[in-house]
Design a protein around this ligand. Sequence first.
Ligand code: NAD
Length: 236
Amino acid sequence: MIDLGTFERVVFFTGAGISVESGIPTYRGSGGVWAAYDYRQYACQEAFLRDPDKVWEFHEVRRRRVGACEPNPGHRAIAAFQERRPATRVVTQNIDGLHARAGATDVIELHGSLWRLRCERCGSVEPSTDVPLPSRKHACGAWYRPDIVWFGDALSRATIDAALAAISACDALVAVGTSAVVYPAAELPLVARRRGARLIEVNPEETPLSDAYDVHLRGKAGDVLPELVASVVGAT
Ligand code: NAD
C-alpha cells in the first residue's frame, strides 16, 4: 500500500461512491435515484419554476433519508487524516454533508449541499437541517431552493476556483468513489496530474479515467481508506 504520510499536501476528491456504505445510493445504475425518478420533474430549475412544492417534496424526502445516514469509516479516515495533517483539503461532488459530519473541515462542495437553503430572489444562503422545513419561503417572501447544483445549473465560480487552488497545490490526489463522467468535476484530477501530483484511485471498479492514475486501490472506500491513512492516523 502506498504511504500517504510521505506527501505534504493531499487532496481527497470524492464522489457518490464514498457514501454508498452509509446507505446512500449512487445516481447511476440499479437503486440509483435517477433510475426511479425523472430529474426533469424534480431536479432542474424549470421543474422548480413550474411546481416548487413538488420539487421541495422530493428534496424533503432526500433530506430525511440522507439525514438518517451516518458517516462511514471512509469519511472518518479522511477526517482523521486531515486532523493530523491540516494542509489536507477535501473536494467533494457530494451534497450529503457526510464529510463535515465525520469531522472534516473546509470541505469544498462542488455541487452544493442538501443542508443549505438559497433564496431565489435575494440569493442569501443559510444552513438548515430541519425536515420538514418550517417554511419553504425566505423572510423576503420569495421561495427558498436547495443550494445544490441541479441539472443544467452552472457551478459556482468561487467554488471551482477554490477547488482548483487546492488541487493545483497538492502533491497527491486521492480520488474516491467517482466514476469521472460528470464534467467539469471529472477534469480536476487531471489538473493535479499536470502539476506533477501522484494520483491514487480508490474504487472497486475501473473508471473512464483509471488510466490517468498512478495507483489503483480496488476496493470499497470504507475498507481501503482506513488502511491508506494508517501510517499517519494509526489503525482505526
Ligand atoms: P457516480 O454515481 O457516477 O459513480 C460512483 C462511483 O463509485 C462508481 O465508479 C462506483 O464504482 C464507485 N463505488 C461504488 N461503491 C463504492 C464504494 N463502496 N467505495 C468506493 N467507490 C465505490 O458518482 P459521481 O462520480 O460522484 O457522479 C455523480 C454525481 O451525482 C456527482 O455529482 C455526485 O456527487 C452526485 N451524487 C451525490 C450523492 C451524495 O451526495 N451522496 C449521491 C448520488 C449522486
